[in-house]
Design a protein around this ligand. Structure first.
Ligand code: GLU
Length: 287
C-alpha cells in the first residue's frame, strides 16, 4: 500500500509571517501538492512568553491571502498539552525520563554536554526540568536536499530536555508527538532546524514510531548566521499585494517565476512547475 504524502507548515505565533516564513510555507506546500499529497497547518503555540496576541489568526489570514489552502483542521499545540504531559508521566513512571535541577552554569562546567548525573540521584528528584534517557543516540540522517547530515555526537547523544523547568514543553517533544499524530510523512522546514532533527529522530525511536523523511530548505539571512526572523524584526509580508513576494520566494527556492495573477492561481502554476532538485542545497542564502 502506498502511503499518501502528508506535509505540514508549523509556524509559532511569535509575530506576523515574514519572507523567511513564506519560503518555508511555500517550499512545504509545493513539495506536498506537487506529489498529490496533503498539506496541514499546525500552530505551535506552547511558548506563551514568546507569543504575540493575535498572531495566530494573523498567520491564518496571511496564508489565505497568499492562496494557501490547508487540508484538515488547523492543529493548535496549546490543545495538546494533556498528551504531552501523559507521555512525560509515562516515561517517568518507566524510568525513561527523570527530573533534573542542573543549571546552565553546571552544564558548562561539565564541558557543555549534560552528563546524566540527575538520573543517578537517590532518591530521585521529583521536580525540575524533565530529561529523556537517550538510549537511541542518532548523530546523522538523510535529507532529501542536503544528503547525509552529520551532527555533533555529544549534542546528539545527550539526555535532552523534554519539559523545561518553567513548566513549558520542549519543542522537540511537541513537534515529534504532533508530527506523528498528524501522520506527517515528510517534514519540510528551514535549515535552522537541522541540528535538532537528530534529537527528534531519537524520540521517534524511543517512542517506537516510524520517523518521517526530512527536507531542510535554505534560510533567508540578512548576514552570515543571522536568519531573518520575527525576533530581529523582519518585515511582515505584504498582505495586499502577494504576487511579487510569491515570485521572490519562488526565486529564492530556485524555482521559475510565475505570471502575476491572483495568489491561488500563481500557486497552482508554481505547483505544476516545481522541481525539487532546483532548490539550492545550502543552509543559508544571503538576501
Ligand atoms: N514552530 C517552528 C518555527 O516557527 C517550526 C517547527 C518545525 O517546522 O519543525 O520555527
Amino acid at each position: 500500500m502506498t502511503v499518501l504524502y502528508r506535509g505540514r507548515f508549523a509556524p509559532s505565533p511569535s509575530g506576523p509571517l515574514h519572507f523567511g516564513s513564506l519560503v518555508a510555507a511555500l517550499g512545504s506546500y509545493l513539495r506536498a501538492k506537487s506529489l498529490g499529497g496533503k498539506w496541514l497547518l499546525r500552530i505551535e503555540d506552547i511558548d506563551p512568553p514568546r507569543e504575540i496576541a493575535g498572531a495566530s489568526s494573523q498567520i491564518l489570514h496571511t496564508l489565505t491571502a497568499y492562496g494557501f489552502e490547508w487540508d484538515e483542521e488547523v492543529l493548535y499545540q496549546s490543545q495538546r498539552i494533556e498528551t504531552y504531559q501523559t507521555q512525560i508521566d509515562q516515561w517517568i513512571a518507566q524510568d525513561k525520563a527523570y527530573f533534573c535541577h542542573c543549571s546552565r552554569k553546571q552544564i558548562q562546567l561539565m564541558g557543555g554536554t549534560y552528563d546524566g548525573r540527575c538520573n543517578l540521584c537517590r532518591p530521585k528528584l521529583t521536580s525540575g526540568a524533565v530529561r529523556i534517557v537517550n538510549h537511541s543516540k542518532v548523530d546523522r540522517f538523510d535529507d532529501a536536499l542536503m544528503g547525509t547530515v552529520i551532527q555533533d555526537a555529544h549534542f546528539a547523544g545527550e539526555d535532552f530536555i523534554v519539559k523545561r523547568s518553567d513548566g513549558l514543553y520542549a519543542y522537540q517533544l511537541a513537534v515529534v508527538l504532533d508530527d506523528a499524530y498528524q501522520g506527517i510523512t515528510e517534514v519540510v522546514r528551514g535549515s535552522d532546524l537541522l541540528q535538532p532533527t537528530v534529537r527528534q529522530i531519537s524520540l521517534y525511536r524511543i517512542l517506537g514510531l516510524t520517523e518521517p523523511s526530512w527536507l531542510h530548505l535554505p534560510l533567508a539571512c540578512t548576514e552570515p548566521g543571522l536568519k531573518l526572523s520575527k525576533q530581529n524584526h523582519a518585515q511582515a509580508i505584504d498582505l495586499l499585494n502577494p504576487g511579487p513576494s510569491i515570485n521572490a520566494a519562488l526565486n529564492f527556492l530556485g524555482q521559475a517565476k510565475v505570471e502575476l495573477a491572483p495568489a491561488n492561481i500563481m500557486l497552482e502554476q508554481a505547483i505544476k512547475q516545481f522541481v525539487l532538485k532546483d532548490i539550492p542545497a545550502h543552509t543559508e542564502i544571503l538576501l
